[in-house]
Design a protein around this ligand. Structure first.
Ligand code: MD6
Ligand code: FE
Length: 226
């Protein structure tokens, strides 16, 4: 499941300190929330499924329409996978690398995404796409809007795993001020409604070593794409 395979592939269980972390949520906007530690009780069940997905659809560095190779490694699972190449950003049912459908979305992924959406006030969210981003130290995500999905009524649910990152949460215009939001292993961000099209990004990842994930951050974003 690693961006590189230099580290052991066995994954630890969550620790006592994970279980003791109090659940807390912070509002980033009227309909945008960080659910602190929300996923911690799910991670032990989730990581083996993530390993399987990444064995079938390994991380790869895709090229933007402008011709730049992304610093973040990408994969997907579910009915639709997000891709980019010289001809644009889009969702595809087929992994352009394997030429096969993306791996199915594991049940535990879908359950976690639905539970988090529900906790943030978006009931009846069922994702059909999970984009998986891998950040190594130095990798970043420039400010962008998520607007390749068909239905902006559905929220997006975003799970952080591994090394901490600073998430930038901006406004409706690229030039609006951004909030800096530290995200830790097990945190879930949910946003939709009036906040659905806000600009956001991730600052370059700092070096570090996470006890379960090693030298990387993995982010899963669940969407209704099709
Ligand atoms: C990341 N996340 O956290 C990048 N997009 O690594 C996103 O781009 C994102 O977290 C839409 C909704 C939630 C997100
Ligand atoms: Fe995004």
């Amino acid at each position: 499941m690693r961006c590189s395979d230099t580290e052991p592939s066995s994954l630890g269980l969550f620790s006592e300190s994970d279980l003791q972390q109090p659940a807390r949520s912070d509002a980033l906007g009227p309909q945008a929330w960080v659910l602190r530690g929300f996923a911690l009780p799910w991670i032990e069940r989730l990581l083996p499924r993530l390993d399987e997905v990444l064995a079938a659809a390994p991380f790869r560095h895709m090229v933007t329409p402008g011709g730049f190779s992304m610093s973040v490694g990408l994969s997907s699972c579910g009915q639709w996978g997000w891709t980019t190449d010289r001809s644009g950003y889009r969702y595809s049912r087929i992994d352009p690398q394997s030429l096969r459908p993306w791996p199915a979305m594991p049940e535990v992924f879908r359950q976690l995404a639905e539970a988090a959406a529900d906790a943030a006030g978006f009931s009846r969210f069922t994702p059909d796409s999970c984009l998986i981003n891998c950040y190594r130290p130095g990798a970043k995500m420039s400010l962008h809007q998520d607007k390749n999905e068909h239905d902006f009524n559905a929220p997006i649910v975003s799970l952080s795993l591994g090394l901490p990152a600073i998430f930038l949460f901006g406004g409706q215009q690229r030039s609006d001020q951004s909030q800096r939001v530290p995200l830790l292993h097990g945190d879930v961000v949910v946003w939709g409604g009036v906040d659905r099209l806000r600009y956001h990004g991730v600052l370059p990842l700092k070096d570090g070593n996470h006890p379960q994930l090693g030298q990387q951050r993995i982010n899963l974003t669940f969407r209704l794409a099709g």
